[in-house]
Structure formats: C-alpha cells, structure tokens
Design a protein. Sequence first.
Length: 437
Amino acid sequence: MKNKIKKHIKENKILYLLLIVSCILNLLVLYQLGYSYTLGSDDLSYVNSGIQFLESGKITIHNYEKTAQIMPGMPILISFFALIFGKGGLLWLSLKLFWIIMAELSIYGLYKIMRFFANDIISGIITCLLLTTDFLWMNSMVLTETPFMLSFIFLIYHTLKLSKTKEWKDFWWIVFWYIFGIMIRPNIGIYPLFLFFYLLLKKYDFKLLIKQGIIAAGVLSLFLIPWTIRNYKVFNKFIPLTYGTGNPLLLGTYQGYDYPLDEELDYKKNVDDKLSMEMKKYLFGKESNKLSALNQYYTLEYDGIKAKYRMKEWWKKNPKAMLKSYMLYKPKIMLTSTFYWKEVLKVPKEWNLLIRNITLILTFCSLIMIVVFKRYWKEMALLVTTYIFQIALYSYTFSFDRYAQTLYFMQFIIIGIGISIMWNKYKERKTKNEIIT
C-alpha cells in the first residue's frame, strides 16, 4: 500500500506541487482581501439569495419576491453552508474556502486534460496559467465564475476520457458536471450537441451513444421539470432555464462603434406605446414600485424589447459599424480582457492583460501547428466549436471580462497541444539525426 502511494505521488509530483502552490496563493489573496471582502453587487446578492432560500424556500435575487433570472444552483448551494455556518462572517469564510477548493479541483482537471496530449512538464506549465492573479482574485469572489469553470473543465475532461475508455463511470461524471454547470449558469446548456458530434467523430458506438443520451435526458428532466413547472406557476410562461437575457442584450447595444445614442431614439413611440397593457401595469402603473416576481420579469422583458429596437436602429444608422462591433470589438473583449478589478499580491492589471494577449497569439499559432501537422483535429473540433459558440453567444449579448475569464482554459489546452506537437517533432528530428550520424 505504501509503495503504491509513493509511486502515485512520484508519478504526479508536478500536479501535487501545483495544488500546493495554488492553495498557498489563493489563501494569501484571501488573507490580503479579508473574508468579508465583496464586490457589493452580484456576490452579495447570491449570498442573500442563499439565506433567503434557507429561510423561505424561495429562489430570489436583488430583493425581488421570486425570480427566474438566475438558475437555482447558487441559492441552494449557499443555503447549505448557511444551514451549517449561520448567516454571518463564518458563512462568508466557509464559502470562500469552498471556492478555493473548487479552484484546486480546476487545477487538477486542467492538468489531467493536458496529460491526454502532453508530458507532465508541459502539462504543469500550461496548468500554471490558472495561477495568474486574475484567476486568484476571481476565486476570492462568491460568484458563478469559479464553479462554472470547474464544471466546464471536468465536462471536457470526462468527454475526452469517455471517447477513449467508453466506461459508464465517465458518462455519469459527464451527467453530473453538466447538471451542476447548468444549475449554476445556463449557457453551458448546448454543450451536449458538441459532445454528440465529437463522439461520432471518434467512432463511438452509435447505439450506446443514443442510449446514454436518453438516460442523460431523463436524469436532467428530474431537475429541470420541477423548475419549469415552478416558473410556469409564478410567471405563467414556459421558462425551462432563465429569462434574464434582456438586460445583457440591452447592455450589449452600448458596446462598439457608432451605436445610436438614447437622445437620438424615440423610445415612447417605438417601445413604450407598443407594450401590452399587462406590461404597462407592471412597468409604469400601480405595480411598478413593487418588488414582485412579475415586476422583475417584465422589467427584463422590457430591456429585451428596447434592445431589439436599438439594434434595428443601429443597423439603419450604420450597418458596417454594427457588424464591426459584433464581429470584432465584442469578440476581442471576450478574447483578451481580464477579470481583475482589484490588485492583489502587488501584480498590476497590465501584467494580466499582457498575458491574455500573449496566450491569444499562442493559441492561434498552436491552431496553425495542429492544422499543419494534422494532429488531434477531432479534439480541436470539440474545443474550437465549443469556444467559438460561447464567444458568439456573449458577443451577441454583452461581452464582459467576467464571462471571458471562465473560458480561457480552452485557450490554454490548445496552447498545450501546440507545444506538445512542437516538442514531439523536435524529438523525432533529433532521433533521426542521431541515427544518421
């Protein structure tokens, strides 16, 4: 037994070193900021929603009576900690320590992904990219970013593993991480489509794939059907996930080049006057000052209607500027920004921005290398299509450094594969030269 443990540690010494370093750095950031440090916005709202769920069993956010603006994962998860640790400082400390544990698991997951493609040294170097201070700062916030990235990393890890082993345990892990991810943030929802086509490319048994797909859908329905029924009872609408896209869609119309200014538009004639009487009652009538479920619902629906009007007018005003905004300006934010609003460990924001630009360049170089040498193209199809979809989704709505940060690990995997290919080609050439001489 001892020999097995020693062998395991020896084989994974780089991984355990990374986990130790990661833990130390995350704890240093927590110590520097303090366990009570918050953004005073979404993180505070999530914790309050968890406490509210514990007290009333209601899913709420921003003091509204009930909501479907968020998925129920965060309130339920936080309520579990509130049940054990109370509602004060100990709750915040326990949550932040748990977020550090999730960050540690992300380190583990990324390293294990890289071991499919590279040796332990290259895998370790790539995993170090999760130790930059923007990730460390992100992990100190009780936000969806850390658990969402964790679920995404392990979804991809077990997808790659399933394609090789075809073992049921990997299938069940995929189901677990998918449900965990979608309960935290719904935009992971389309991932099974990319998973399906990847497994087809890997010549996975089609009958088994269909069978597992039906089972996964059945398990997922156990979580989504009660949520959908609850939403229909509250809002009288079919809402299987969330309804909160109106606000980010509106915010996105203020990003980019030559978008229409508010003073140039007639919102009353083209938006307000066309609303239903039901919406007007909750937006401008006697219900407008209440924090009811329908008040929030119609407020966000109104944002969506307003956004579509702005997009229509933007296209009329300057279609080239609009295309440039949605196809260049906003994707650039998703590819190069850094979620780093407060300096920690004396590392300036500029350093992280430099790293983001360098990793983007290395990502493109690695993709070229993968295409030229025709290696791992099926895995690249999975990673690239998944990444592009997420970039496109946020570019259509609202590009934000918070959203970008959770997706960078896909760049890191691509870079690692490129470095591994280059290293293997170097070794092959060196071997040939030694044989010749």
